[in-house]
Design a protein around this ligand. Structure first.
Ligand code: ADP
Ligand code: MG
Length: 384
């Protein structure tokens, strides 16, 4: 249905049928926060919310871009003019993907692209990765590049880091490109090895809610950089390449070596225990003990709040209220300082929890949150 609308939109804009239509999802991270730049583990799953793109090739070195969600006409760019960090508009994401493909030696000679997305933008659900990956997959298919999902993800990350100029890890793009329906994706961000972990909540009478707080505190980007630098400092103090190299069993000894360097202690403790929590969640899901991941999610939130210090009153209120209202588990997800939290709950408790969170936000004078159910959904694919 949406594919047909996007196809029709393309015809209206460009006057011809697109060669195909593709989709790529946003994601939420079940567990494994701020571990990706420490070479650690993450565990995202794909949302039912997707970016959809209708695309055709061109052979004249021109890239035409249009988003149904942005009040703007068709942008027309020349491939030879694409320069990193030269574009501050949304077009930098798809143009960056084309730039990254060409820079890697792939003969992409132009494209007409029309996109639309249901992934909420700026909510920590990776609308940017969905946009990049849908374009990358379309060009991979049309130009017969034969690149596997993990490699498309790498090129999309490069597009975002270098062309757009936004520092992000590899999780978002890999999730969008590689996730599978009914599964969460266990990803080792050091070697990019991955494993699909069964995560079929509906079959077990559970639901996972995403609560988008609709706030983004303005200092979030600076704080991201500080945490990243702090983790690198911690690794250097401990003489390892990345905090991933500290085994959980050696944590106490490592913390003792950091002595009274309170900041390093907090950051190292979060990253090392978070990697351990990811492995615990994988083990629980693989042995069918889905309910038992609840407390692990809550412990993860406490670590992000108290040790990593990237939560905020809105996120804490979601977690505290949901847990008091009977949730099995809850945590902030994404970069922090706003964005979204997740709540794991039995089906029977979903309405009570949702109402409790909405009432708590109203009572605190916060903007009303957006609450929706997240069913583990398919990764990027061709629709038409
Ligand atoms: P997040 O990835 O968490 O949603 P980002 O700031 O990384 O937030 O990416 C959001 C940006 O991605 C938007 O500002 C816009 O430039 C681009 N974007 C996302 N969705 C769309 C869309 N449907 N159309 C055009 N641009 C989009
Ligand atoms: Mg993003």
């Amino acid at each position: 249905m949406r594919a047909q609308q996007v196809r029709a939109g393309f015809v209206e804009l460009y006057g011809t049928e697109p060669e195909g239509v593709w989709s790529a999802p946003g994601r939420v991270n079940l567990i494994g926060e701020h571990t990706d730049y420490n070479d650690g583990f993450v565990m995202p799953f794909a949302l039912p919310h997707t970016a959809i793109a209708a695309v055709s090739r061109r052979d004249d070195g021109v890239l035409r871009l249009h988003s149904a969600d942005i009040e703007d006409g068709v942008a027309e760019l020349r491939l030879d003019d694409l320069v990193p960090e030269s574009d501050r508009a949304w077009t930098a994401y798809p143009a960056g993907v084309v730039w990254a493909l060409r820079e890697a030696g792939h003969a992409v000679t132009g494209a007409d692209i029309h996109v639309t997305s249901t992934v909420p933008s700026g909510a920590g659900l990776s609308s940017s990765a969905a946009l990049e990956v849908v374009v990358a997959l379309a060009l991979n298919d049309l130009y017969e590049l034969g690149l596997p999902g993990w490699q498309l993800a790498r090129l999309c990350q490069r597009a975002e880091n270098v062309y757009v100029g936004a520092p992000t890890g590899i999780m978002d793009q890999t999730a969008s490109a590689c996730c599978e329906e009914g599964h969460a994706l266990f990803l080792d961000t050091r070697d990019l090895s991955q494993k699909q972990i069964p995560f079929d909540l509906a079959a077990e009478g559970m639901r996972l809610l995403v609560v988008d707080t609709q706030v983004k505190h303005s200092h979030s980007e600076g704080e991201y950089g500080k945490r990243r630098a702090g983790c690198e400092r911690g690794a250097a103090l401990l003489g390892v390449d990345a905090l991933r190299d500290i085994p959980y069993a050696d944590l106490d000894a490592a913390l003792a070596r950091l002595g009274d360097d309170e900041e390093a202690v907090r950051l190292v403790r979060h990253v090392v225990t978070e990697d351990e929590r990811v492995e615990k969640v994988v083990a629980l899901l693989e042995s069918g003990e889905t309910r038992a991941i609840g407390p692990v999610l809550v412990a993860g939130h406490a670590s992000l709040r108290d040790d990593f210090r990237i939560s905020c009153p809105e996120l804490d209120l979601v977690v505290d209220t949901a847990m008091s209202a009977g949730a099995l588990g809850s945590r902030m997800t994404g970069g922090g300082f706003g964005g979204s939290a997740i709540v794991l709950a039995d089906v029977a408790d979903v309405d009570t929890i949702t109402k409790a969170v909405e009432e708590a936000f109203a009572a605190a004078g916060f903007t009303a949150p957006r609450v929706f159910e997240a069913v583990p959904s398919p990764g990027a694919r061709r629709l038409v």
